[in-house]
Design a protein around this ligand. Sequence first.
Ligand code: NAD
Length: 313
Amino acid sequence: LPACIGFIGLGAMGKPMVINLVKKLSCGTKVFVHDVVEDSMKELDASFPGVIMKCANAKEVTELSDVVITMLPEGSHVKSVYLDAAVGIIAALSGLTTSKLLLDSSTIDTATSLYVKEQISNSSPLATFYDTPVSGGVLGAVNATIAFFVGCSPSDPNLPRLTTLLQTMGSKVIPCGGPSLGLAAKLSNNYLSGIITIACAEAMDMGMRAGIEADVLASVFAAGTAQNAICDIFNPVPGVCPKAPSSNGYQGGFRVQLMKKDVGLAVDMARRLDSKNILGATSLGVYTAASEASDCKDLDSRVVYRYIGGRED
Ligand code: NAD
């Protein structure tokens, strides 16, 4: 593992990822962190004194680190963190004498990611940018079971190093072919899981209204052709999966606004690629409305069960 690692974006995913990283580090390794929210930095800094150090901005993190990982909400945040000429990552790259790996694990559009990659390689031949988005949710980030989809070929010379590093925070590392294809894979995945969530909420509601108990219905789907991870691990009906956000008032997990963002990015990607997209518009409409509904916004995306009028008692 590199001696100095930077991490920017200490939110629902970033914070547990940093904690897992630190737990697997060899003695002497340091982690430099930055977030616009001061409290999230302070908390980590206080929990791991001498190992995690807070920095004033992305430039400082990059100056101090061999590898920098970013975990930010949207493309606009990624652009500003990487490309701000005064305090961004790019500001630390001129005159580099040793190589740096820059890994963006945020889920953003492929065009922004390719643009950032181009700007970084124009700044220094020693800095290499990869898209490394993740899947597996906050629970996966806490348990270090997330999967990383990497925008590189299986023969990329940096892949073994990347794999060793990323496996401290997750279980699977899948090279997807080339730049931005980690993101294309992630958006295809979330398009599918977003649609499965709506279908699962509707099918659960229908079966329950017919008189079947929620847990019986979930075990029917698990044993039948409808088996899927949303139903088994993140069932949108409260009480079916005790550890799922739905059983905790839809707190934690993957915010409905983020699912709206990802389905929107996937629909745009499909349009650009002339890929026929029948369910996309309907799903995007559901997530857009749920993101704005006062009893759903800011909650886990599986709150679509509440949005469609599912029974929570
Ligand atoms: P989050 O909103 O909880 O965290 C984002 C963090 O970035 C926040 O702490 C915020 O303060 C920080 N931030 C924003 N702008 C910044 C800036 N300019 N400089 C420094 N820090 C800044 O989001 P999250 O749930 O952790 O998700 C992060 C990314 O991972 C998103 O792209 C999301 O789509 C993706 N993702 C999330 C999940 C999930 O289940 N939450 C799962 C897979 C992928």
